[in-house]
Design a protein around this ligand. Sequence first.
Ligand SMILES: Cc1cc2nc3c(=O)[nH]c(=O)nc-3n(C[C@H](O)[C@H](O)[C@H](O)COP(=O)(O)OP(=O)(O)OC[C@H]3O[C@@H](n4cnc5c(N)ncnc54)[C@H](O)[C@@H]3O)c2cc1C
Length: 263
Amino acid sequence: MKIAVLIKQVPATDKVKMDEKTGTMVRSEMEAELNPLDMYAVEEAVRIKERMEDTTLTAITMGPPGASDAIKDALSIGCDDGYLLTDRKFAGADTWATAYVLSQSIKKLGGFDLIFCGERATDGETGQVGSSVATQLGIPPLTYVSEIVDLTQNHIRVKRAIEGGHEIIEVKLPALVSVVKEINEPRIPNLAGKMKAKSAKVVIMDADTIDADPSKLGLKGSPTRVVKVFYPKLTRGGKIIKAKDPENAVNELLTFLRSKEII
Ligand SMILES: Cc1cc2nc3c(=O)[nH]c(=O)nc-3n(C[C@H](O)[C@H](O)[C@H](O)COP(=O)(O)OP(=O)(O)OC[C@H]3O[C@@H](n4cnc5c(N)ncnc54)[C@H](O)[C@@H]3O)c2cc1C
C-alpha cells in the first residue's frame, strides 16, 4: 500500500502576528515546528506501515526551504521518503492554490492509496486543505477521523467524530483521511530515527517538476483575497457602584441586573 502524509511547518508559537497593512503573517524571526496536529496523521500512517506488509510512507509538504525540517521530523518517526514543494511561484497561495500544488505532486508521484493529513494547521486554522486536495484529486475525503476500524488493500472503514456522537463510514480506496487528536498518542522519535532522518535526502520539487499550470499558482491562482486583517478591539466600559454600605451596594447591583434582564 502506498501512503502519503501531508504535513505543514508552522510557527512554534500561539502568538501568530499579522501585518495589518499587507494582510500577511509576520514570519520573520519565528521558530518553526511540524504542525502538532500533523503528528497524529504521521503516527497513524506509521502504525499502518508497521502492521501491513509492503507499505511505503511518503511525507509531503509545501513551504519555504526551511520546511525540509518538518519532513526530517516525519522521517525520524518512520516515513520512508520526503518531498518539499518549494518555489517562489507558490508564494501567496490560499488554501485552494496550496491544495492544487499538493494534488499535482501526488499525481506526479504516481498517486497514493491513502493520503493522511491533520485536522487543521495551528497557524492558518482553516481545516480546508485536506478536503480541497481530495476534491482536486477526485477522491473521497474522510474528515474528523478518530479511529480506523478496518483497512484492506481495497477499502477503508473509519469512525468519524460528528456533532453529538460518531458515525462509521466505509469507502473504496484511494481516499484522504484527516485525523483528530483522539486517534492515537504520537510517539517521540528515538535516536536511531533521528540519525536516519539527519542523513536522509529531502527531494525538492518546484512548479516545473510537478507540471503545474502557472495560472493556478500563488496569489494569481488563489480564488480568495484577504481584504483586511485587524485585531478586535475590546471595549469594556464597566460600571462602578458607589454606595454608602454593602447592603445598598447589593441592592443597586440587583436593580442594575434586573434592568438588563440578567436576573
Ligand atoms: C489570499 C491568501 C494569500 C496567502 N498567502 C500566503 C503566503 O504568502 N504564505 C503563506 O505561508 N501562507 C499564505 N496564505 C495562507 C495559506 O494559504 C495557508 O496557510 C495554507 O493554505 C494552509 O491553510 P491552513 O493553514 O488553514 O491549513 P489547514 O487547512 O488548517 O490544514 C489542514 C491540514 O492540511 C495539511 N496542510 C496544510 N497546509 C499544508 C502544506 N503547505 N503542505 C502540506 N500539507 C499541508 C496538513 O496536514 C494540515 O494539518 C495565504 C492565504 C490566503 C487566503
